[in-house]
Design a protein around this ligand. Structure first.
Ligand code: M6R
Length: 357
């Protein structure tokens, strides 16, 4: 199954353009319009608030999904870590809809929430890669990710698929609520697919980033603002999971509130800038850590790039940049783990699906 690839993780990273194309095809009707099952759209339109429940990488995808539901469809959305929800339950709205995001559909922490909210009589939708999985069977409705089997413990193509499916779902919700959109999501997703391919083709360049920034590092930081903050959280999780380098993702503006104390000579800091409205802010955060000795790697989007940036991702719509920028972080993590001689696909202490609470 691995074919010519040395690891499942790199195979799955490379499959991402194909996954995007599959999703575009599956979620399109015969007139080329975005399509989501009618029952699901009815539930989304009737809900006064969405509660997204997920763990790990799927939680990070949920954070991006919130932006789509709120900005495009105007539906208030909360995103919760599954293992906390049962104990730190927020005050629920009158007509909540619960959305479970899970690659495997088997995560026990998420299932515990599903069991609980079903008992209370609330509606649920599962977004999963595995048809027939527990979370799919037990929820009222299911949306499939169409990413194909994901074998590597580090989730890559499922994250991209989750964001794409969330974007399509939010866009159809917006359309049905008669919210006007100034972008054609289908064609923008096609551009994203091309951009992902470009990043994948740059793998040798990205491997050099690892040589320049992470070869001897024991800790690292991923900063960003707005959507880039959420991608930083995912970048940090990916890196620590397989390279065992301590990594922390946080909002650029929080630096001065504590974390900056950890910056020393040579500390690697990855700063992402794909959002014009916060470009100057994140660049000044990057300056702050650089002035304290950090080894700063700026990843910027075309159009926002400046001299000295380490890597430039192709330009895509502002709201869709996570689909492309995350691929840079996936590759950085992959090569960092590889250079350390780690078992890339089966990192220590981790299982592909976490079926205990
Ligand atoms: O199957 P799920 O999406 O529910 O899994 C959730 C997390 O366990 C999973 O995303 C985990 O964080 C990954 N190993 C991250 O790469």
């Amino acid at each position: 199954e691995l074919g010519t690839y040395p690891h499942y993780m790199i195979k799955e990273i490379n499959e991402q353009p194909q996954v995007m194309r599959k999703i575009i095809k599956e979620y399109q009707d015969e007139h080329g319009e975005l399509k989501i099952d009618k029952n699901i759209i009815t539930q989304l339109n009737e809900a006064d608030r969405l509660y997204v429940i997920a763990a790990g990488t799927s939680y990070h995808a949920g954070l991006i999904g919130k932006e789509y539901f709120e900005k495009w469809a105007g539906v208030p959305t909360e995103v919760h870590v599954a293992s906390e929800f049962v104990y730190n339950t927020p005050l629920l709205s009158e007509k909540p809809l619960f959305i479970f995001i899970s690659q495997s559909g088997e995560t026990a922490d998420s299932r515990a929430v599903l069991v609980d909210i079903k008992e209370k009589g609330y509606k649920s939708l599962t977004i999963t890669n595995v048809p027939g999985s527990t979370l799919s069977r037990e929820a009222d409705e299911t949306l499939i990710l169409h990413a194909g089997p994901e074998i590597a413990v580090a989730s890559t193509k499922a994250y991209v698929a989750q964001i794409a499916v969330l974007a399509i779902t939010a866009a159809v919700t917006a359309r049905e609520l008669n919210k006007v959109s100034d972008m054609n999501l289908m064609s923008e997703l096609a551009k994203v697919t091309t951009a992902i391919t470009t990043v994948i083709e740059d793998a040798p360049k990205i491997e050099e980033i690892v040589t320049g920034y992470l070869e001897t590092a024991r800790n690292s930081f991923f900063i960003g603002r707005a959507m880039d903050y959420y991608v930083g959280l995912e970048g940090a999780l990916k890196l620590k999971e397989i390279s065992y380098i301590q990594a922390e993702g946080f909002a650029g503006g929080e630096l001065k509130h504590g974390t900056i104390a950890l910056i020393e000579e040579g500390t690697p800091v990855f700063a992402l800038s794909t959002q014009e409205k916060v470009d100057l802010n994140i660049r000044s955060n990057a300056q702050e850590v650089k002035a304290r000795g950090a080894n700063v790697c700026v990843v910027a989007m075309e159009g926002l790039e400046q001299q000295g940036d380490t890597y430039v991702i192709p330009k895509v719509d502002d709201m869709l940049t996570p689909l492309v920028s995350v691929v840079v972080y996936q590759l950085i993590s992959y090569y960092a783990a590889l250079h350390r001689g780690n078992d890339v696909d089966k990192p220590r202490n981790l299982a592909k699906s976490v079926t205990v609470e």
